[in-house]
Each structure stands twice: as structure tokens, then as C-alpha cells.
Design a protein around this ligand. Structure first.
Ligand SMILES: [Zn+2]
Length: 230
């Protein structure tokens, strides 16, 4: 006997496919107690991440850091652009390499950390170049984006249902963010409000609204599913 869903071979005693959990039904076979063909708890084999691997990763980040430091000192007699390089390396280390230290990196923790690191890097660039765009522009925009993205991944991770609502709401929030960006550009650089953000706002709100409509209306959802073949 074979699973009708995934085709794995089944013992006559199996009530459920051990692989895909499809309920096994055969009108002629009466199930007794017996030895199943597969062990009950398949634990995926996970190789522990080695210390040597971490060492190599840190080494890969340290090499450009040291070379950049030496070149900057040799050619300019002082540290000029080295801070930008160090910040960029640190930022990529935090976003790419740091989650590897953990057995099961939780995006609900790492994504806000990544945004915090990016915001700090922007602050550094702003201070280093004598700009005045961090507080009025970069911080609120990045902060709002961090809030939206973190909310989405938190909801996706801890809610089993309602993905259409989550994505729909997120698109609408991003539409609102474009208006905020246009407004803050005016405040920061004195740019005229010509209303360009109106177009992405309308597009994103319509798209988000369509997703929420699909979430509410199951008949429309089924029809869309049939049209898109999923
Ligand atoms: Zn199966």
C-alpha cells in the first residue's frame, strides 16, 4: 500500500502517512497493531556549527578592515574614509554573519537589530559628513520602515492565519510611508511638495485593499486561486 498523496510505502497498520500525514484509508484492510515501516520520530540531522567556521568568518571581515586601515593611513596620513569602511563591514557582519552564531536565529529579534545597526551607520555618516538629514529624514523613515517590517515578520511568525490581512495592511502602511518621505524631504531639503507620493500611495492602498478583500471574501479567493493555478 502506498500513500495517495506522496507515494511513500506504507505498512497495513499505518493510519497516517508518516511523511506527509495524509490519513490512510483502505476499505478492505482492517488495521491491527503492528510494526510501522518507519521510525516514529524522525529527527532531522543537524550538524553543529563549528567554531572553526566562525573563526573563518571573522577573519574574512578582519582582512578588509586591516587592509583599509593601512591604506587610509599610508595614503592620507590620517583616517579619512576608514570609518565608512569599518561601519559598512560592521553592518554587513551584524546582518549577514551574526545570525549564524545562533542555532535557530529568530527574525523577530534579528530584523530590528539589523535596522538599528543600519540607523546607527546612517547617523555616523551624517555626523562624519556634517549633514543635518539624520534627525529630520533618515531616522523617522528608517524607524517607520523598521516598525512595519518587524510587525509583519512578527505577525507572520506567531499567527498561523491571516497572511492576506498582514500583507494587505503592510502595503497600505508602505503607501503611508511614501507620503511621509515626501513630507520629510520638504522639511529637510526644502523640496516642494508636488504630490508624487500620491501615486505610490494610491497604488499600494489599492493593492493592499485587494488583498484584504480577498482575505474577507472566500469565494473571490477561490476564483483567484483557480485563475492563478495554485
Ligand atoms: Zn504521504
Amino acid at each position: 500500500m502506498y500513500c495517495i498523496n506522496c507515494g511513500v510505502r506504507l505498512a497495513d497498520t499505518e493510519k497516517k502517512c508518516p511523511l506527509c500525514e495524509t490519513v490512510v484509508y483502505h476499505p478492505d484492510i482492517i488495521r491491527g497493531e503492528g510494526e510501522p515501516l518507519y521510525p516514529e520520530n524522525r529527527m532531522p540531522q543537524r550538524r553543529p556549527k563549528s567554531k572553526a567556521f566562525h573563526g573563518v568568518v571573522i577573519f574574512l571581515f578582519l582582512i578588509p578592515l586591516i587592509i583599509g586601515f593601512l591604506i587610509d593611513i599610508r595614503t592620507n596620513g590620517d583616517l579619512t574614509w576608514f570609518g565608512f569602511l569599518a561601519g559598512a563591514l560592521l553592518l554587513s557582519y551584524v546582518t549577514v554573519a551574526l545570525p549564524w552564531w545562533f542555532e535557530k536565529p529568530n527574525p523577530v529579534i534579528f530584523v530590528p537589530c539589523d535596522f538599528a545597526a543600519a540607523i546607527l551607520y546612517l547617523l555616523f555618516i551624517n555626523l562624519h559628513t556634517g549633514g543635518d538629514w539624520f534627525m529630520p529624514l533618515a531616522f523617522p523613515v528608517m524607524g517607520a520602515l523598521a516598525l512595519i517590517v518587524t510587525t509583519v515578520i512578527t505577525l507572520l511568525r506567531y499567527l498561523k492565519k491571516g497572511r492576506l490581512y498582514i500583507f494587505g495592511g503592510a502595503l497600505m502602511a508602505l503607501g503611508g510611508l511614501t507620503v511621509l518621505i515626501e513630507f520629510l524631504l520638504k522639511v529637510t531639503f526644502g523640496l516642494k511638495m508636488v504630490g508624487w507620493s500620491f501615486y505610490p500611495l494610491v497604488a499600494l492602498v489599492l493593492l493592499g485593499g485587494a488583498l484584504i478583500y480577498l482575505a474577507i471574501n472566500s469565494a473571490a479567493r477561490e476564483m483567484m486561486g483557480r485563475k492563478l493555478f495554485f
